[in-house]
Design a protein around this ligand. Structure first.
Ligand code: GDP
Ligand code: PGA
Ligand code: MN
Ligand code: MN
Length: 627
């Protein structure tokens, strides 16, 4: 099937332009829109300008239809309930399409099952697309969303255009990215990332639409073309599958662009931390989905006098500048955060961020017009209030079942966060002093440790694992590998990705951040978390900052530097924290852990596993054997 380039502008006679001045757009944009209008056969074309009037118009339509319901207690806030079959990212239906297989996946030994990118050939991909996309917008409006990842016009930013038949996607994209008609001026003759999304329910649609949420879960197919800077997503309206600026573009496509251009696109929060009277340190942290990034990024310190400010909560684009500093920007403009567990105690800054202009997906609603989810029990005034669950059932606190889906999300503008960093839109980015890796590790893994250097740090990242969460389709709490928290978001061969990280260590003149591993989720014999977490995580960040300042507060261990006893400030929680249990290193656990990690990397990365990683594994094994 021929692509955009051959189409001459445009035979749009039969498809009305419902909004916008099509003919005033840059030529490449016109060709792109004309091609897909012809291919997808929508009933009209709606070119978005990003204005509030536009949003209000769409919101009213969605309220009439029943897709959105207003939360009367707040200003301009709405709840949306999806088809219960469309609630999370679907990794098994997410593909990377390149001509050569090993551009996408490593030359592994045997059958790779680690999910480090799924490759599909252009021929097979084309077949799948051809059986889905032609005419898939019949009877629906095609929204054209011009957006910028990163501040509009900044040299580090990248422009995308998303075509979608979902107005929910339009509303969320307006929050998560910068949608404005200024994009067309900045774009001019330039290239953009092409994002094509459809719910996959052309009219007449004979299947039942559940919750006024059209989708086509059996036919979900999400294809990425890193070489052509293009994404095609079919069948799901759920955030990670449909807000294509986010995971698809800012992680998978950008990840591949970054390799080519010498920078990094990572699944990381970015935060600034200032001690009373101290210098500000910036930290980037990669944890798998639903493992604490948003909470850490907005941490409210339990130690007095500390100032934490949020630069970003999910994605970091990072580049070494001419001074050798690693500079990071947040390409997003909003938060798409996990709702359950969020309350005024655990994350007051997130709570404050979504008091207005926000969209809640798969949360419950109280009869007095408020959102509700697990974790808000203590903060509801009337404990007996009637609640409508995410499934539309009548429910009360204390009754069986859950009010919200565990992957329910709030979508709110970053600018509304009370601790948003004044530099959050600085085109220069902020200088990263430390990188943290982490995950949900109930067993064996101490609260914090520091790697012995860059290469060891890259192994620590590559060895990341976590309990599965509700952010994707996996069920149960099995421990899964999630190297660099990037398993679902790799845009190219993971072995080459590791080498890309390692080559920064081979260059001279770069100020390499120190690399740490943290674990808020270790449990004791009774199954409870050993660490209070949330605001108390500042105590760990304090130690990290001390290490960044080269303070002598660490001892060597088999797995890396551990805090010397007492070097983490536990004032006020001494009686709650069992230091020895929190920092113990069970030899048997680590022996089998490193063997298992080695087997995983051998099997999944195979011939593409960089030799530095093999060396680091060997050193680690030797240290563990000596324990
Ligand atoms: P993200 O998806 O990585 O951004 O993770 P979130 O910050 O949204 O957190 C996901 C879930 O983990 C939420 O239910 C949080 O309440 C919970 N969580 C986050 N930080 C901590 C912590 O330090 N300790 C514990 N026990 N739970 C946490
Ligand atoms: P999260 O973002 O990392 O905040 O969970 C969504 C996702 O990764 O799917
Ligand atoms: Mn994420
Ligand atoms: Mn998050």
């Amino acid at each position: 099937y021929t692509e955009v380039h051959e189409i001459i502008v445009p035979h749009l006679g039969h498809i009305p332009i419902a909004k916008g001045d099509f003919h005033a757009l840059p030529t490449k944009a016109k060709k792109f829109i004309a091609f897909y209008a012809d291919y997808l056969k929508p009933r009209g074309i709606f070119i978005c300008d990003g204005s509030n009037e536009e949003a209000t118009e769409i919101i009213h339509k969605l309220e009439e239809r029943g897709t959105l319901e207003q939360l009367e207690k707040y200003e301009n806030c709405y709840v949306c309930r999806t088809d219960p079959a469309d609630v999370a990212r679907v990794e098994s239906k997410t593909w990377i399409c390149t001509k050569e297989k090993h551009k996408t996946v490593p030359r592994c030994h045997g059958d790779a099952k680690g999910g480090l990118g799924q490759w599909i050939s252009p021929e097979d991909c084309q077949k799948e697309l051809q059986s889905r996309f032609p005419g898939c917008m019949a009877g629906r409006m095609m929204y054209v969303i011009p957006f910028s990842m990163g501040p509009v016009g900044s040299p580090l930013s990248k422009i995308g255009i998303e075509i979608t038949d979902s107005n929910y996607v339009l509303l969320c994209m307006r929050v998560m990215t910068r949608v404005t008609s200024k994009i067309w001026e900045v774009l001019g003759d330039g290239d953009f990332v092409k994002c094509i999304h459809s719910m996959g329910c052309p009219r007449p649609w004979r299947k039942k639409v559940v919750n006024h949420w059209p989708c086509n879960p059996e036919r979900i197919f999400i294809a990425h073309f890193p070489e052509e800077r293009k994404v095609k997503s079919f069948g799901s309206g759920y955030g990670g599958n449909s807000l294509l600026g986010k995971k698809c573009f800012a992680l998978r496509i950008a990840n591949a662009i970054a390799r080519d251009e010498g920078w990094m696109a990572e699944h990381m929060l970015i935060m600034g931390i200032t001690k009373p009277g101290g210098k500000e340190h910036y930290i980037a942290a990669a944890f798998p989905s639903a493992c604490g990034k948003t909470n850490l990024a907005m941490l409210e310190s339990t130690l007095p006098g500390w100032k934490v400010r949020c630069v970003g909560d999910d994605i970091a684009w990072m580049r070494f500048n001419e001074k050798g500093e690693l500079r990071a920007i947040n390409p997003e403009a909003g938060f798409f955060g996990v709702a359950p567990g969020t309350n005024w105690k655990t994350n007051p800054n997130a709570m404050a961020s979504f008091q207005k202009n926000s969209i809640f997906t798969n949360v419950a609603k109280t009869d007095d017009g408020s959102y509700y989810w697990e974790g808000l029990e203590d903060e509801v005034e009337d404990k007996n209030i009637g609640i409508t669950t995410w499934l539309g059932k009548r429910w009360k606190i204390g009754e069986e079942g859950k009010a919200a889906h565990p992957n329910a999300r709030f979508c709110s503008p970053a600018a509304q966060c009370p601790i948003i960093h004044p530099k959050w839109e600085d085109p220069e980015g902020v200088p990263i002093d430390a990188i943290l890796f982490g995950g949900r590790r109930p067993e064996g893994v101490p609260l914090v440790f520091e790697s012995y250097g860059w290469n060891h740090g890259v192994l620590v990242g590559a060895a990341c694992k976590s309990e599965a969460t509700a952010a994707a389709e996996f069920h149960g709490k099995k421990i899964m590998h999630d190297p660099m928290a990037m398993r679902p978001f790799m845009g190219y061969n993971f072995g080459e990705y590791l080498d890309h990280w390692l080559q920064f260590g081979r260059q001279s003149g770069l100020k390499l951040p120190k690399i740490f591993h943290v674990n808020w989720f270790r449990t004791g014999a009774d199954g409870h978390f050993l660490w209070p977490g949330f605001g108390d995580n500042i105590r760990v960040l304090d130690w990290v900052c001390k290490r960044v300042e080269d303070k002598d507060v660490a001892v060597e261990s088999a797995i890396g530097y551990l805090p010397t006893k007492g070097s983490i400030d536990l004032s006020g929680i001494e009686d709650k924290v069992k230091w020895d249990e929190l920092f113990s290193l069970p030899k048997d656990y680590w022996k089998s852990d490193i063997e298992e990690t080695k087997a995983f990397l051998d099997r999944e990365v195979g011939d593409d596993l960089p030799k530095e990683i093999c060396e680091e594994i060997k050193k680690m094994q030797e240290r563990i054997n000596k324990m």
